[in-house]
Design a protein around this ligand. Structure first.
Ligand SMILES: [Zn+2]
Ligand SMILES: [Zn+2]
Length: 177
């Protein structure tokens, strides 16, 4: 969405509330359910223009440990200094994409910056719960739903064989060498 900041540049206003949707691009393995909602304001204090906003998007994906479905509302603060075109060198722009947004002909388009920031900051691994115990290695049941009944401290069959060998040895050497 193009925000018209010409009135602010002319000094007619010093504050402009913003509230608009952006069609998102979801990171790999996640689906964004609906639009990103960007809510905040742009202020001008003595020629220093600052955008302060929050981007919100409902998402769904799967827990990285137990694979159960995870839903939530992802909230990302989005704050930038607004500068007019030509204020920064191309190099400065590239090195500080997370600090500035650039006005073009008095208009501001932050859609791409918000999309990019969402992809960069969205958690790499979703968890249904910080303490998600994951899946039972034996039966594959999600352990957060309760114990599956599998014996976790099971005797390794190889040890069982060794134990019986040892027993035989002891028996053989019972009457002395
Ligand atoms: Zn989980
Ligand atoms: Zn199990």
């Amino acid at each position: 969405m193009n925000i018209d900041l010409k009135p602010m540049l002319r000094g007619e206003i010093t504050r402009l509330p913003i509230d608009f949707p952006i069609e998102p691009e979801a990171p790999y393995g996640v689906s964004f359910d609906g639009d990103v909602r960007v809510v905040g304001e742009i202020t001008n204090q003595g020629g220093y223009m600052r955008l302060t906003a929050t981007a919100e998007i409902p998402y769904s994906g799967v827990c990285a440990r137990c694979l159960s479905e995870v839903n939530g509302l992802y909230t990302m603060p989005f704050e930038r200094t607004v500068v007019t075109e030509g204020t920064l060198t191309e190099e400065q722009e590239e090195d500080n994409v997370d600090e500035y947004v650039i006005l073009q002909n008095g208009m501001l388009d932050i859609d791409d910056s918000v999309r990019e920031a969402l992809i960069l900051t969205f958690p790499m691994r979703l968890l249904c719960d910080e303490d998600c115990p994951g899946l039972c290695p034996k039966c594959g049941k999600a352990l957060r739903d309760g114990a599956c009944g599998c014996t976790t401290k099971e005797v390794d069959p190889r040890w069982a064989v060794l134990a019986s060998l040892k027993f035989d040895e002891e028996e053989d050497s019972g009457d002395g060498k």
